[in-house]
Design a binder for this molecule. Structure first.
Ligand code: DX5
Ligand code: ZN
Length: 216
């Protein structure tokens, strides 16, 4: 299993002070930021677009892990790559030819990820697992930060970890939504190696302590 990565979600930072939100991640020594892009169609909320990614790019060397919650993600691959994204993760439930979108992402020279919602059967990912470098298991219904972790998702994580081992694949297994110390450790036990944390990271009284507890 790859070593643990914690990716704070900028969605939970103050949207008037994104640069400060980035700085808070850098201060902890973590290397990734998770950027949640929402279009108001695929999910019932709107967050930010490629302009924010482009404007943050020169300010940091953090890895930009971009989660596209878009109904038509293929239409925006180029814009998000040009803006400086290093991975684009698209949803299997969105309205697109999934294999084709993953191919387009890779052809643009960035890593490709595939995401599933909590109630989607993870077996629908089987045809795509060999062409992604990350699988994202949503542990809340996407759209908003600050929701509670859905425990049944641990089964999806376990299934996708088993599949990875049996087939000798090496995608990262990321979990996103309602991650705190308790739920994060359950995800790691189930086979996850990459944890997205929004609210728990930005609202933590002591961020280093939060990271240390998850990494123990
Ligand atoms: C939900 C987003 C998540 C979420 C994480 O649509 O994809 O990244 O905001 O935030 P918390 O950790 O607050 O659940
Ligand atoms: Zn996300």
């Amino acid at each position: 299993m790859p070593s643990l990565i914690i990716a704070p979600s900028l969605l939970a930072a103050n949207h008037g002070e994104f640069a400060q939100g980035i700085q808070m991640i850098e201060e902890t020594g973590l290397g990734w930021v998770h950027l949640d892009v929402m279009d108001g169609h695929f999910v019932p909320n709107i967050s930010f677009g490629p302009q924010l990614v482009a404007d943050l790019r020169p300010r940091t060397s953090l890895f930009f892990d971009v989660h596209l919650m878009l109904q038509k993600p293929d239409r925006f691959v180029e814009a998000f790559v040009k803006a400086g994204s290093q991975r684009l993760t698209v949803h299997v439930e969105a309205d697109h030819d999934v294999a084709q979108t993953l191919k387009i992402i890779r052809e643009h020279g960035v890593a490709a990820g595939i995401a599933i919602n909590p109630d989607t059967d993870p077996r629908c990912l089987l045809p795509f697992l060999s062409s992604v470098d990350l699988v994202l298991c949503m542990s809340v219904f996407p759209g908003f930060g600050g929701q509670s972790f859905i425990p049944s998702v641990l089964e999806n994580i376990h299934f996708l970890d088993q599949e990875r081992r049996q087939r000798g694949l090496n995608y990262r297994l990321e979990v996103d939504g309602g991650i705190n110390v308790e739920t994060g450790l359950l995800c790691i036990q189930a086979g996850a190696d990459t944890l997205v944390a929004g609210t728990a990271f930005y609202k933590a009284a002591n961020r280093q302590d939060f990271i240390k507890k998850l990494s123990a």
